[in-house]
Ligand binder design. Sequence first.
Ligand SMILES: [Fe+2]
Length: 135
Amino acid sequence: MSLITWSDELSVGVSAFDNQHKRLVALINELHDAMSAGKGSKVLGKILSELADYTVYHFRTEEAVFEKHDYPGLGSHRDSHAELTRQVLDFKDRFEAGEAVLSMELMKFLTDWLTNHILDADKAYTAFLNSRGVS
Ligand SMILES: [Fe+2]
């Protein structure tokens, strides 16, 4: 069973970003499925790496659009991205070093990490970006 289910409630009103968020949701679900199926650290590490890389890519994409349109919330949103990136890279490094294991606790953390950011910081840009013709 999927850990996170995408719904319109998570839509930020910008289709390119919704699609990227869906990809992040899919990667977290993939990680959860692999963990539940008892896959080894090689498989889990690969998905975790992909999640970390895609997170960095997605945040860069959002920030480039914010910069282009002089989004007033850019500073604090960038700080939030930096913190989230640090957390995910830190876990990835510890996992690769054999100092951390995947657990339901971590999966819960990743779920909250993504959904809270979307519902709070991301949804705050919807009206501004839509008013600039970005949708
Ligand atoms: Fe964001």
